[in-house]
Design a protein around this ligand. Structure first.
Ligand SMILES: Cc1cc2nc3c(=O)[nH]c(=O)nc-3n(C[C@H](O)[C@H](O)[C@H](O)COP(=O)(O)O)c2cc1C
Length: 204
């Protein structure tokens, strides 16, 4: 059976740097085994911001009726969840942050209501891109995603489970050398997952 992989692109640009990175990353995923990849664009989801009404503490359900909870369920029901995002003022872009904040319902279900939530996902990965060459530019995103993935029940190691690309303003800034790193990141993720899920043979 194919591995299910759900990717969220945090960029508002459907054909921007991150779209290119995730396209190459998908090639890497596919080179290692049978995968079923779905990519969601945060800015197209139209998810509203959390209002901190605290209803989810009492009910375990969000009062806002949009796609946020479907996205979380989809991510938790994947073998691998991925967030790819550009850096905006050291964080994720607004639409992506709105979605992340809505995971408060999952945090409350897990840690306040102590619900037993089934999670298929075994791993979470982050890919980020930024304009600057500063080494720490994606640290803010990585910390945000650490707690987001934690709310969804998946451990995320900021050192080993993330990859960042600096000085990227347009998709053409993604070089052949970058592409080789991105492909390897995807290929290795699927190989590791196949090993964890029963050691099925990889294509290479
Ligand atoms: C509103 C805005 C804020 C940004 N903030 C940062 C920043 O804090 N640090 C940085 O290095 N690049 C910053 N950038 C540059 C983007 O992170 C970079 O160009 C990214 O690779 C664009 O990816 P995309 O085309 O997928 O959206 C910013 C760009 C915009 C439009």
């Amino acid at each position: 059976m194919a591995l299910k992989i759900t990717m969220l692109n945090g960029s508002p640009r459907p054909r921007g740097v991150m779209a290119r990175i995730l396209e190459v990353f998908t090639e890497g995923l596919k080179s290692a085994g049978e995968v079923e990849v779905e990519t969601l664009l945060a800015s197209r989801l139209g998810v509203a911001s959390c209002m901190h009404c605290d209803s989810c503490i009492k009910t375990g359900v969000c009062v806002i009726k949009d796609d946020a909870q479907n996205v979380f369920e989809k991510m938790m029901d994947s073998d691998l969840m991925v967030v790819g995002s550009p850096v905006y003022f050291a964080g994720v872009p607004g639409a992506c942050k709105s979605l992340i904040d809505r995971a408060q319902v999952e945090w409350n279900r897990r840690y306040v209501r102590k619900e037993k939530i089934p999670v298929r996902a075994k791993r979470a990965l982050m890919l980020s891109s930024c304009g600057s060459k500063k080494a720490n530019m994606s640290d803010g995103i990585a910390l945000t995603l650490f707690y987001f993935f934690d709310a969804l029940g998946v451990r995320f190691n900021r050192e080993t489970d993330s990859i960042t690309f600096h000085r990227k303003e347009t998709p053409s800034d993604v070089t052949a050398e970058d592409a080789a790193r991105i492909r390897a990141f995807g290929r290795d993720a699927v190989s590791a997952l196949l090993f964890i899920t029963g050691g099925r043979e990889t294509k290479e």
